[in-house]
Write a protein that binds this ligand. Sequence first.
Ligand code: HEM
Length: 414
Amino acid sequence: WRPEPVAPGRPGAGIQAIIGQLMTPAGRDDPFPLYAVLHEVGPVSALSNDSFVICGYAAVNQVLRDPGFGLAVDPVSPGSGSDTVRLMNQSILRANPPDHGRMRSLISKVFTPRRVAELRPAIEAAVDDLLAQFSEATRGGTTDFMDRIAFPLPVTVICELLGVPPVDRQRFRPLAADLTGALELSGDTSPAVEAAARELAGYFAPLIRHRQTEPGDDLISALVAARDAGDGRLSDEELLANLILLLVAGFETTTNLLGNGLAILLDRPGLTAALRAGHVPIAGFIEEILRYDSPVQAVTRRAHRDGLTIESVPVPEGSDLILLIGAANRDPARYHDPDRFDPTRTDIRPLSFGAGAHICIGNNLARLEAAVAFPKLLNRFPDLSAASDRTALRRDRLVLRGYQTLPVQAAPRE
Ligand code: HEM
């Protein structure tokens, strides 16, 4: 599809029109032509006197790393407004200094690279197990990759890490799908979003109480211990908000990394062969998936002091910014031929995990899951192809970009 042209001479109105198109079903389905138009306009565009859209790689990178920009946390008074927003404002994702640093050091302490690396055998076992079931399912014809692999793998891993009973995993998928509506640029706080937040909070409350008396070797126990350390390091609400965030962030995005990656492979049969033959390194493939079709397309920030500039554009204090990570990853000033999928590029470094103070805590884990899953999948199913009887369907989301269903067919190697 083709975006409508930007009205010449009226940049503000033109930018508003592009953002308006980004928020339509067609724009959400394929935002990349709109990103290309934004790049032609410039890396930083004003939507109004105090709101900006940033699409340039260098500009997004600068804002993410500059402590002058932070999260917009508008107070929500108890008894009014959205419970979801109030709860998620207590999480690390929405925290500003000094709360952010306090929470970040607590969570990083229990989420160490070593702990993540130690998960490799468990991830391998989970992938083997899922692929065995996948193999059974494909014998019957078309199978949904999202249902069989992309969702169950990350949810199994994060539940293992958090210490959430395996039987409850299936409950989380629709709840997380609803809750993440709150992360869209429109900030969905519909009754479904609120209900999902309440249900997840109700789910974690007894688990937290249980780990208080019977701690285990899991993240819930470690964060409960941090809360109870006696120096007020984590409040009850913060504990709850961060557990929900870790659960949802732990699988929603990784599910989309796996799905988006497989869709890219299905479109490019030669790539599967090159990966299997070792001509294309798996690490480069994963970084290029992240760049080309980022599971997180946008984050927001607010200018927290006066006198800030981005690429020489003055940004007044209090201005709201939309940082289009997905566009930055396709900035022609940063990447040659940005709309081409090329896992052999050098220096890929996508901004898909953010950058600076809030850089994704789970980035090693997400990369590890993909690095285990794709080689095993390709090895066992070299002829995986898009199903002939059903079409893939994207979720109608801009910020958390992924597939609802990705039907495939395959004949496993015996
Ligand atoms: C933060 C993306 C997987 C936990 C972020 C941010 C991005 C991101 C863009 C920064 C948000 C901002 O700056 O406003 C992704 C992607 C993933 C992924 C693309 C998978 C492909 C995970 C996993 C976990 C996780 C597996 C946990 C197990 C977090 C947490 C934060 C975060 C806790 C907040 C960090 C902070 O605010 O200091 N993620 N994420 N993410 N992510 Fe991820």
